[in-house]
Unconditional design. Structure first.
Length: 235
């Protein structure tokens, strides 16, 4: 069942990372940027697809992926999420410098005529389960987001050890994302990647690591268990 919900709601409780800051918490981990975007009037996904054809010129499958996330639930104040994944934060920082180039600025101008993104609410995460860029940006996948807090006296290593047991079914991958800016509301964003042809098992995470984390978070009565996106990698 579709729900009326804005994923930005939970994330705006937390402080956003400053792009100019170069503090690196996990230097070898994949670094991820989420950006919430809305179409300009009379624009739609087909128009955006034409713009993204040029964006592929900036991507490098060894270091940098970009993926379009289409929510399959109702949302209030955005149309899609642009997820950009970098080999590490050093690559992310280099990408910021590349965005000063003439060709990128020309592409950005065309993009802004099609959609606008909330530059002030970008969110940044480290991927902690040692996954590579290709796995995180798999073609033909749906992604389910789950916000969770670890229980008392639980370590990240305990969670990672139990997540490895879930990888037996190779049609699913479970990624654990740590926000770059820590907060009091959640510790991890779990992302479950599922083949489009499969049915999501909503309790897959809780059944396996529910004794380590609490994913039944309640923020002003909002339901955070139905956050499912169609994933369209751009490279």
């Amino acid at each position: 069942m579709k729900i009326l919900f804005t994923i930005v709601f939970i994330l705006t409780f937390t402080a956003c990372s400053d792009e100019e800051s170069y503090e690196v918490i996990f230097p070898e981990k994949v670094f991820i940027e989420f950006n919430w975007c809305s179409y300009e009037p009379s624009k739609e996904a087909d128009d955006l697809g034409k713009v993204f054809i040029d964006y592929r010129n900036f991507l490098d499958s060894d270091n940098f992926y970009a993926t379009y996330l289409n929510p399959i639930f109702q949302v209030k104040n955005y149309d899609f999420i642009l997820m950009e994944s970098f080999k590490n934060k050093e690559v992310f920082q280099s990408n910021l410098q590349d965005k000063e180039s003439f060709f990128y600025k020309r592409w950005k101008s065309n993009f802004d005529n099609t959609a606008k993104c909330n530059e002030l609410n970008k969110q940044y995460f480290y991927e902690r389960s040692n996954s590579n860029l290709e796995e995180l940006n798999k073609k033909g996948a749906e992604l389910q987001f789950l916000f969770c807090k670890k229980l008392d006296n639980v370590s990240i290593n305990q969670i990672l050890d139990n997540l490895q047991l879930l990888q037996i079914d190779n049609t699913k991958n479970v990624f654990i994302l740590t926000p770059e800016v820590f907060n009091d509301y959640y510790d991890y964003l779990f992302v479950i990647s599922n083949n489009n042809d499969d049915i999501f098992e909503g309790e897959i995470l809780l059944n396996n690591i529910g004794f380590l984390v609490n994913c039944d978070l309640n923020f002003k009565g909002e339901n955070f268990n139905q956050l499912i996106f169609e994933s369209y990698p751009l490279i």
